[in-house]
Design a binder for this molecule. Structure first.
Ligand code: DLL
Length: 433
């Protein structure tokens, strides 16, 4: 069941010596092969031989999205293009896409880390796996696909969209595992109900959801509506795609980082100082084993915390806390920091509220105004005005209590908020329009 058990349950010292060897080799290779990185190292006054312990990592310069943009499209690749057999790209909300490349060895590595992630969710070769992550330049679809094949399970490469058809396929094929973004899982749940299919007719046992933040209350909602256990999967194109970290089904409590390949750090995004385990900050990764597009100390902008305590599943791989948001997703509403996932957590804990919402930020003079648009269930919507007012008030009070910010709440009709096939758009910032 446990893939590559000897690595996943290594004592820390064994794992750290593998990490150090790989890190040293990586730094030498980057210095020799990637000109922009050598320039940065020289500016920071650090040479490859200076890296004598894992703690010396802190002397190496960070890599940011701007470095990727400045060297668009292939300027940071560490192998000649003839060795690159695939590229992926993420669209990004502003400017040029982020382009990443893979050699054959990188694709093999990716398949293997993904297979190990699937194994953490209890997936075996006996499973029928419905893969609703988008296929294409996005790393979700193909990344997961190769992992399913490497594990020997059966993959249904359905991609996103056409939810009704997806439901019928899951039912007819007896799919046991669903992979999709959490927001698309909820769309599928609606489609299951619309098709008059009951969750008992489906054989789904586990859902593997990621690519966007989702709260604990959202997890409960997905589990309840689809009648399975839902686990979190994390990754980003720059580091490899899906397969960087994964929650084990056993504990459903924090995501194990595939540390033999991806070396994590948490830093203070303001001072850029590394933070100790347990402290919350920006997640930074160094890829230890990639060939075409390795990265040293890549700042993800994702906010998390490292959990060094051992996990009940037996893995010694360090865990990261479920991501609550990104430094650039954080809204500052009249001085209060608010993550969309915190609003989600409040909403999902209230009866009668549907798991579909959007946060709109506008400006009134120089003040930021946050409005929460949230769908309510059919019976609430047709309720008297008094009931609706009570619910509005309750949401406002709970958001104020938890987040300390006053917001407007608009209850909207069932199914009126736009549905996504991939990552949901939770925030509409009208201040920039
Ligand atoms: O979203 C890769 C992926 C595909 C992960 C399928 C999981 C499943 P990008 O499009 O490059 O890659 O977006 C990466 O998405 O920096 C996070 O902000 C966010 N993200 C990814 N997984 C999670 C998660 C893929 N489990 C960006 N929880 C990352 C919260 C996530 N945010």
């Amino acid at each position: 069941m446990m893939w590559i058990e000897e690595i996943e349950t290594l004592p820390r010292s064994g794992l750290e010596s593998i990490q150090l060897k790989r890190l040293q080799a990586l730094v030498h290779r980057m210095y020799a092969k990637v000109e922009p990185y050598r320039v940065k190292m020289e500016a920071a006054g650090v040479k490859p031989d200076d890296i004598r312990s894992l703690a010396d990592l802190r002397y190496l310069p960070y890599t940011t999205k701007d470095d990727l943009r400045d060297n668009y499209p292939f300027g940071l690749f560490a192998t000649p293009m003839e060795e690159v057999i695939r590229v992926h790209a993420s669209s990004g909300t502003t400017g040029k896409p982020t382009v990443v490349g893979y050699t054959q060895a990188d694709i093999n590595l990716w398949s293997s880390v993904m297979a190990r992630c699937l194994a953490m969710a209890g997936v075996t070769k006996d499973d029928m796996v419905h893969n609703a992550y988008g296929y294409g330049l996005f790393t979700g679809g193909l990344g997961v696909h190769y992992g399913i094949e490497a594990l020997g399970a059966t993959v249904v490469p359905v991609s996103g969209g056409n939810s009704r058809r997806q439901v019928l396929l899951m039912r007819d094929f007896g799919s046991t595992v669903l992979l999709s973004t959490p927001s698309y899982a909820l769309n599928l749940a609606d489609a299951v109900a619309d098709a008059g299919v009951s969750t008992e007719e489906l054989k789904l046992r586990v859902g593997i959801h990621g690519a966007e933040p989702w709260s604990e209350n959202m997890r409960e909602e997905v589990e309840r509506k689809l009648g399975f256990k839902a686990v979190d999967i994390y990754g980003l194109s720059e580091i490899i795609g899906p397969g960087v970290a994964m929650e084990c089904l056993r504990a459903q409590d924090g995501l194990h980082i595939l540390e033999d390949n991806f070396l994590p750090e948490i830093i203070d995004p303001e001072t850029l100082e590394p933070l100790s385990h347990g402290m919350s900050g920006e997640l930074v990764f160094t890829t230890l084993t990639k060939e075409a597009f390795p990265l040293i100390r890549y700042r993800t902008k994702d906010i998390s915390r490292l959990i060094p305590e051992p996990c009940i599943c037996g893995r010694t791989l360090i865990r990261m806390e479920k991501i609550m948001g990104r430094t650039d997703d954080m809204l500052i509403i009249r001085g209060v920091n608010v993550f969309p996932s915190q609003v989600e957590h409040v909403l999902m804990g209230i009866d009668g509220v549907e798991p579909h919402y959007q946060i709109e930020v506008t400006r009134d003079g120089s003040l930021d105004v946050m409005s929460v648009l949230v769908e309510v269930s059919e019976n609430i919507f047709s309720d008297e005005i008094k009931g609706l007012e009570k619910l509005t008030r309750r949401i406002q009070v709970e958001i104020k209590d938890l987040l300390g910010v006053t917001c407007k709440v608009k209850l909207v009709e069932p199914r009126s908020i736009q549905r996504s096939e991939g990552k949901a758009q939770r925030v509409i910032d009208r201040r920039k329009l």
